[in-house]
Design a protein around this ligand. Structure first.
Ligand code: ADP
Ligand code: MG
Length: 929
């Protein structure tokens, strides 16, 4: 435990610190703000805790009857009542204080010392505080822990306060609505999602206040989870009525139901975007719930982060059918953005996004992630993307020049949003200006580009030269991070500022010149003029020269070896310097605020430009990827046939030297819709299966694919079911999860879907497992018609090829050399005739006797195993309905009893009588079990 207060530094005396200016730039807010109007302040009372100075405090709270609350405590209670779901950071002077239960929770979560105030016998008030300047650190930690924090600030100048300073909650920090760099990830949107229930469907609205994006969509309920998953929300807003329903990975925030009311939402949207009607926003009949969700989200953002509401763009309505819904299962199983195994080796790319992200701006990185999680289903926009990527692949000069320029562009999107919300620092605004300055040369590189997507972006892009010039003319060359540091505005921008600076510099120069003059006058050659923060300017004389100090010198400070003095003249000039500095600070603050507002007024244009740059970055990045890793342009078509030649797994291939990954051909079509993939463990089945899924997906974001040639039909959905993804966190057994995932595939898949099944039925007994796998395969083949790859260790399933016309067997080949097997990683037609489990077990180091014994048992099982060889429905049973699973799967028919085996092996003549007796006893025990 540490006491944050201890690092808080000195607390200034009342009235000594600078005051909150009329500025909207928080970085300008000076830290020590005296909280109390000195005149109205009651006499200090003894405090029972720590080394805190009482100077910055209002009278502190007691746990007393309400009517006896101090005014400060009344303020706190009001704030807390309105923000009961949040911790309240209550500004008192240099600190944010937490009281009562907030103090208890806050001190526990943050490791702060919990103090309490005991005021002459009254009950204690638990209290914990943090220094105001460390606020962002603590906020971040609390939000990461899933807490909300309402920040209650002093909103009036203490000098104007009649009694105690007025305080208000100015923002609530939540995971979903934040501009804080520390809570954001550069290459990832930070979505806040709201849901509203409609009729058999839900409405989903999402906003990223760090980029101004605002979208809405309607989703049938069965696809809701998938739709939520694609946003990877930081926070989900739900009507209270939905409490307890649904399971979300993100902790939900509940709001009153009426906030989701469609009429209220319509008002909210009209008012916010200053519209007479909502006609221009693209709503359709039945969008009521959607309007409700959008309105609720807007109201919420305004409530928790008022400045952020200003930067929201008009909502973009996405209609189902534009995009492939990528459910959470698939997102996880294909490891698109998060690795399945948390213990993946550090450094090695484990996810698809890590491999394919070659973008050079954060905006591009975010857009690529959005593309990846929202593959398209219409071919035309995909072809456009492909054309652009193709041109950038072929024209290496163009690609390199473009990427070199893109590298110079900072995060225009988030910088603009910060400017829009009034949260931009001088240095960030300068970065925005410099980024804009890169746009003309960037567009120049595209002069000869041909692809329509690229030329469209080039010709449509607004370089915002006026904004660039404005920033360039107003801001100093290399402005400081904080406005308070001064020197933010460029010389020549404002005449008054230039005058004030000249006055200040002139006065400083004069003071400096005093040193030479006073040395002459007094004859003290070591006399010095100096400055110190507490005492201001002084004349310093060493002890040995004291007798020569003139009488008009007034002593101000005594040091060990010297005395420091002031004179009337020095005071006068010092006043000039300080007066000018105050006015300079005020003027710079005002000018910067104006500049910021003028930039903010151009926000929609800036965000458009940022979006265009992000798109160029993604296209150029995909081209670089294709070139770097040898991807080809797939023929994306609207037919049925899928054909991949020389396909590779985009992630696995990066984990080994280039030649080591063995490419494979895959074809699925009308005649071969369902592929049963067999082969021993570790052969490469799962890799192949995922490879097909990833290539399909890459094709549907417009990317090239890891293959030598590919024809990819547009899929409406990709379904994956991969073993061992245990959802234990949700409290379901693995087998239950497996079955429910399988169920949702069978319900959702159409003939345009790609279904990837890896090991179904493994989580239960063998008979159950084979039976379920068998029935699922039949269903997919007969009813669904989806292209399916089914990797299974049940080689019994290969017999389905005789019964189902569009089912084909493939296996990942292994070579047997004596007792061992070698993995060839090659896909071959035909089923594996056995599982090679014993060989793999041997490779894995099972003890030799166990291996030998397993072989024996296997041999006996195979002798009685009716599914193998001739057993099942072979006699021309073309009618699939009759492919009932066999009823006599006697896996464990009649292996010799272990006791019998031991007796057979026994060499009786070599036993001593005692051994014989012991053995007999042991055998009897075995038989009795
Ligand atoms: P299975 O699902 O059949 O048990 P996996 O697909 O998990 O096997 O593959 C096991 C390992 O084999 C993978 O981790 C990978 O390292 C390697 N592997 C798979 N396919 C290939 C391939 N085509 N070329 C090279 N190595 C591969
Ligand atoms: Mg596998």
């Amino acid at each position: 435990m540490h006491d944050a207060r201890r690092s808080g530094g000195g607390v200034p005396a009342i009235g000594a610190g600078p005051r909150i200016g009329a500025t909207d730039v928080p970085s300008m807010v000076p830290s020590p703000v005296p909280a109390v109007n000195p005149v109205a302040r009651p006499a200090p009372r003894p405090l029972a805790f720590g080394a805190r100075s009482s100077a910055s405090l209002d009278p502190l709270p007691d746990r007393m009857p309400k009517q006896e609350d101090t005014p400060l405590m009344r303020q706190w209670r009001e704030a807390k009542a309105r923000h009961s779901d949040a911790l309240v950071f209550f500004r008192v002077g240099d600190f944010y204080e937490m009281f009562y239960e907030d103090a208890e929770e806050g001190s526990r979560l943050l490791g702060l010392t919990l103090t309490s105030r005991n005021n002459g016998g009254a009950a204690d008030v638990p209290l914990a505080g943090i220094p105001a300047r460390a606020r962002d650190d603590y906020l971040q930690r609390l939000v990461r822990l899933g807490r909300r924090v309402a920040v209650c600030e002093q909103v009036e100048d203490p000098a104007d306060a009649k009694d105690i300073v007025r305080r208000e909650v100015v923002e609530t920090i939540t995971p979903g609505a934040t501009l804080a760099d520390a809570l954001l990830q550069e290459r990832r949107n930070n979505w806040l999602v709201a849901l509203a229930a409609g009729d058999g469907e839900s409405a989903l609205a999402a906003v990223d206040v760090s980029t101004g994006e605002f979208v809405g969509t309607r989703v049938p309920d069965f696809r809701l989870e998938a739709e939520i998953a694609r946003f990877e929300p930081a926070e989900i807003l739900l009507p209270r009525a939905m409490e307890g329903q649904g399971r979300f990975e993100t902790t939900p925030t509940y709001r009153p139901d009426w906030l989701f009311d469609p009429e209220l939402g319509a008002d909210e949207l009209r008012r916010h975007f200053s519209l007479h009607t909502l006609d221009g926003l693209g709503f359709q009949d039945g969008d009521d719930a959607l309007i409700g969700a959008l309105g609720a989200l807007l109201a919420y953002v305004r409530e928790v982060q008022p400045p952020c509401a200003d930067i929201l763009r008009r909502p973009r309505i996405e209609r189902a059918g534009d995009a492939m819904a990528l459910d959470e299962m698939t997102r996880r199983n294909l490891e698109l953005v998060t690795p399945l195994r948390a213990d993946a080796p550090p450094g090695a790319a484990a996810t698809l996004i890590e491999v394919i992200d070659e973008t050079v701006t954060a905006m591009g990185g975010r857009l690529l992630r959005r593309w990846l999680l929202r593959p398209l289903v219409a071919p035309e926009p995909l072809w456009d993307r492909q054309d652009a990527v193709a041109e950038l692949v072929e024209n290496a000069t163009l690609r390199r020049a473009l990427r070199a320029e893109l590298k110079q562009v900072r995060d225009l999107e988030r910088l603009s949003a910060k400017a829009g919300a009034g949260r931009v620092t001088p240095r960030e605004l300068a970065a925005l200006g410099l980024s804009l300055a890169r746009i003309p040369p960037l567009l120049d590189t595209l002069a000869d580009a041909q692809a329509t997507l690229v030329t469209g972006l080039r010709d449509g892009m607004d370089p915002a030269a006026d904004v660039r010039d404005l920033i360039g003319s107003a801001l100093a060359e290399d402005p400081p991070a904080l406005l308070a540091d001064g020197g933010v505005i460029r010389t020549g921008f404002d005449a008054e500022l230039d005058d004030l600076r000249a006055t200040r510099d002139g006065a400083r120069d004069f003071i400096a010149s005093l040193q030479a003059r006073e040395r002459d006058r007094t004859g003290i050659s070591s006399l010095k003029v100096g400055f110190n923060k507490v005492f201001g300017y002084y004349l310093e004389v060493t002890r040995t020269n004291l007798e020569r100090v003139p009488p008009e010198y007034r002593r101000k400070q005594t040091l060990a070896n010297a005395e420091r003095y002031v004179t009337d003249e020095l005071d006068e000039w010092e006043a000039k310097v300080l007066g000018a500095e105050d006015r300079i600070a005020a003027l710079e603050t005002r000018l910067f605020g104006e500049l910021r507002r003028r930039v903010a007024a151009e926000l929609p244009r800036l965000l458009e430009t940022a979006a265009a740059i992000a798109t160029l970055d993604v296209l150029a990045g995909l081209a670089r990827l294709a070139e770097r890793r040898d991807y080809v342009r797939p023929d994306v078509h609207t037919g049925f046939e899928l054909e991949i030649r020389g396909g590779r797994h985009p992630v696995v291939e990066t984990m080994m030297p280039r030649e080591e990954f063995i490419p494979n051909d895959t074809a699925l079509g009308h005649d071969a819709r369902v592929m049963i993939l067999t082969g021993p463990n570790m052969a490469g089945k799962s890799t192949l299966l995922r490879q097909v899924g990833l290539i399909q997906l890459l094709a549907q974001i417009g990317s090239f694919v890891p293959a030598t040639a590919a024809r990819i039909p547009v899929a409406d959905r990709i379904f994956t079911r991969v073993g061992a993804s245990d959802n234990l966190v949700r409290g379901q057994s693995t087998f239950m999860v497996e079955m429910s995932e399988t169920a949702s595939i069978l319900h959702g898949a159409t003939e345009r879907s790609l279904v990837l099944l890896d090991e179904i039925g493994r989580g239960t007994a063998t008979y159950d497992g084979v039976s379920i796998a068998w029935a699922v395969t039949e269903h997919l083949h007969e009813r669904t018609g989806a292209k399916t790859v089914f990797a299974t260790h049940y080689h019994e399933l290969t017999q389905l090829a005789d019964l189902l016309p569009a089912l084909v067997n493939f296996n990942v080949a292994v070579k047997e050399t004596g007792d061992d097997i070698v993995f060839l990683r090659r896909l071959e037609p035909g089923g594996a005739d056995r599982s090679y489990g014993i060989q793999v077990g041997r490779l894995a180091g099972l003890p030799e006797p166990v291996v030998a014994r397993a072989r024996e048992i296997l041999a006996e099982l195979e002798g009685t195993h009716t599914m193998h060889g001739e057993g099942l429905g072979r006699r021309g049973a073309r009618r699939p309905r009759s492919t009932a699973p066999p009823d006599q799967l006697s896996f464990f028919g009649a292996p010799a009893h272990p006791v019998v085996e031991r007796l057979q092996k026994l060499e009786v003549e070599r036993l001593t009588p005692l051994e014989a007796l012991n053995l007999l006893a042991a055998l009897k025990k075995d038989v009795e079990g």
